[in-house]
Design a protein around this ligand. Structure first.
Ligand code: NDP
Length: 335
């Protein structure tokens, strides 16, 4: 039934060493499956961790890299009702292998997106903005004027948090690592709707008190880093507030300070893959979340993260860049 050009790994290890561009024979199209032409697929930290063999779920090897991306349906099996030829689709679950030109997937593994949103929005919608929206919705009841504090504020998740919070009238205090072009990054995040952008070091300084003369202390802290950065977020929460950990970029465990005793803060976690699996048979929750995000996109309130499009053939360059610190742009493979 044809061939796919794919980024494949046969052993776990460093992505630049184990990922190879190869040709795969496509299986024949079953009556409940669809042939999808992949259009664009990002390189996310979880893709890297999956290749390294350190992620919570690992595929059987050999495997095709990539967990997220958008494709177009070009053929469907005779019993497929949920997607049709021409639809834009994204994977429902992780581990399906999106870094390839063509793929045959069960129609149940596909979710249709409207094709009137920008391609890069579609390619990056299913993971980061979904995570941001759920974390802003499911842990604390946020009202306009409330404050959220987050680290890794320039990450894909962070940029979505800034924009979705701004659309809800919620202030964000955004923590990023210091860098030579900090003012440029700060400006970029402010244009997206960030209320404040501060360096990690500032979290430990007295000027934080000044900030909280103008804004209520955060009800919600979003932690994608761990280690000291997370501990500092916890110190700034209001009594009874919640810190949600969703990532561990610093690869350091979290020390919970006395805020646990004196402020009774809640320490929670979120994993979008589990959320989607829990809602796998309840399309309503997933569809209404995607609808809400697409409405924000159409209203110009939610842009994709800063992206660099790279041809799948230049995957070495894309993988190298995806693993560099301070790069501030998501690498997106285009097929
Ligand atoms: P991006 O690739 O878009 O951004 C990576 C971010 O991590 C940047 O802000 C970068 O900052 C920061 N970073 C990199 N290394 C470090 C470090 N050593 N210490 C502190 N910060 C660092 O990431 P995503 O938004 O796609 O993902 C961010 C995190 O969230 C990842 O850990 C990912 O696995 C997780 N995630 C979890 C989800 C869930 O459901 N739980 C869903 C989506 C993502 P800098 O510019 O300073 O390098």
């Amino acid at each position: 039934a044809g061939e796919s050009t794919a980024l494949v790994y046969t052993t776990h290890g460093e992505p630049s060493q184990v990922i190879k561009l190869g040709t795969l024979q496509l299986p024949s199209l079953g009556d409940k499956s669809a042939l999808v032409k992949m259009l664009a697929a990002p390189i996310n930290p979880s893709d890297i961790n999956m290749i390294q063999g350190t992620y919570a779920i690992l595929p059987d090897l050999p495997a095709v890299g990539g967990n997220e991306g958008v494709g177009q349906v070009i053929e469907v099996g005779s019993k497929v009702k949920t997607v049709k030829v021409g639809d834009w689709v994204i994977p429902r679950d992780a581990g399906l292998g999106t870094w390839q030109t063509l793929v045959v997937l069960s129609a149940d593994d596909l979710v249709t997106l409207p094709s009137d949103i920008p391609l890069l929005s579609a390619a990056t919608l299913g993971v980061n903005p979904c995570t941001a929206l759920r974390m802003l919705s499911d842990f604390e009841e946020l009202k306009p004027g409330d404050t959220v504090i987050q680290n890794a504020a320039n990450s894909g998740v962070g940029q979505a948090v800034i924009q979705i919070a701004a659309a809800k009238g919620v202030h964000t205090i955004n923590v990023v690592r210091d860098r030579p072009d900090l003012s440029q990054l700060t400006d970029r995040l402010k244009v997206m709707g960030a209320t404040h952008v501060i360096k990690e070091e500032t979290l430990r300084r007295p000027e934080m008190k000044e900030l909280f003369k103008f804004y209520p202390r955060p009800k919600l802290a979003l932690n994608g880093v761990g280690g000291k950065s997370a501990t500092e977020l916890l110190r700034h929460l209001q009594s009874g507030g919640t810190m949600v950990t969703y990532g561990g970029m610093a690869k350091q465990p979290i020390t919970v300070p006395s805020a646990l005793i004196f402020k009774d803060v809640k320490v929670r976690g979120f994993w979008v893959t589990q959320w989607k699996r829990n809602h796998g048979h309840n399309d309503k929750a997933l569809c209404s979340m995607l609808d809400e995000l697409c409405t924000l996109i159409r209203a110009g309130k939610l842009s994709p993260p800063a992206c660099t499009e790279v041809s799948i053939k230049d995957f070495h360059k894309a993988l190298d860049n995806a693993m560099k610190p301070y790069i501030s742009t998501k690498q997106v493979l285009v097929m």
